[in-house]
Design a protein around this ligand. Sequence first.
Ligand SMILES: Nc1nc2c(c(=O)[nH]1)N[C@H]1C(S)=C(S)[C@@H](COP(=O)(O)O)O[C@H]1N2
Ligand SMILES: [Mo]
Length: 386
Amino acid sequence: MTMPNMRREILKGGLAVAGLSALGIPEWALPALAQGETLVPFTDLPANPPAAAADRRLLDVRTIDGPLTPKDSFFTTQHYGHPTVDPEAFRLKVSGLVNKPLSISLDELKKMRSTEITFGFECSGNRRPLQGLCSNGRWTGVSLRHVLDQAGLKNEAKEIVFFGADRGDEEVEFRTQKFTVNQQYGRSLPRENAVAQEPLLAYSMNGEPLTKHQGFPLRLILPGYYGVANVKWLSEIHAQEDQYLGKWQARWYRTLRGEMINGEMKWTEAAITTMQLKSFIARVSKAGDRLNVRGVILNDGTPIKSVEVKVDDGPWQPATIDKATSDKYSWKLFNYTWTGATPGEHTLVSRVTDANGLVQPTEKDLENKKTFLEDNSQYPRKVMIS
Ligand SMILES: Nc1nc2c(c(=O)[nH]1)N[C@H]1C(S)=C(S)[C@@H](COP(=O)(O)O)O[C@H]1N2
Ligand SMILES: [Mo]
């Protein structure tokens, strides 16, 4: 999505919040609540939701009330708007360094053996205060490996490129020159990642055909990867020997990080691939004197060891992962019951640790990450208890 626009909207909203009474509930559409339950307002949200373009959507994370995100709430974004694809005329092309180039209709794909996977992902630009660029879906489709096997990758095929039907004019800089060329949306994977077990050519989500927003009629699903790699309106798979250096692969989606090694700062620029370990608190509600704190965990599929919640300056307390979200690549929802809350403003923060012992970083830990993508830092949130 265009981050500068979103950032501007949030800044505007942020100013409005400062002008509101501390008790003012932001003027968002409020989520459905159980009987006798009331929503505890976050005081760190902008007063008004950012204005979204017609082809974009943020998930209001306070409305998450089950493992799967319904299709009309699923967050959505893309760079060139929505291409229109005629499902009758549609053919998935497999080209380049293959023994047998393919052109597969939707019906043919649907006749192949299908598999299903639950996969929750976020846009690599997802971040505080809204955290609305994430969702979880159950995807059905054909294994990418199966289709690549049918085409037969040649030995020299080292890189597999995925092109969407969407396209736009791009300026390509070369030294002192600039060229404007029309290009398709493209992302690539090294061959060994493309022929792994998980990647899916998906034609349905949550048991229904993909919507236009989700890439109708076909998209790539790469469990564990950030949104950007999950190419919508997939139209061509191209095998080649050289690395693919298109804009969305090599330039627009990169993270610049500094790391102190032996007293010397080392800077690296890396492409956006698999998701960083992250958690955040999505909603707080009140039922009697119990406060239900609910949050979301996203990562690359590594099993989760623990997730904890801290209230103000108290100790880290264990939270519970919802068993309905235990699939490897599903997002995980967690719950923490907070009792004895006193009226006034409080800070709540969550922290997740994976089975390898990796701990979600703090904002301070990420101070040498210079670009805003991949912000997986712990997010201390403010709530007002009345
Ligand atoms: N063809 C195509 N696929 C795309 C994009 C795009 O611009 N064109 N945007 C990517 C980005 S940046 C994200 S975050 C996800 C969003 O997927 P969603 O709209 O289903 O949530 O789509 C990805 N796939
Ligand atoms: Mo994205």
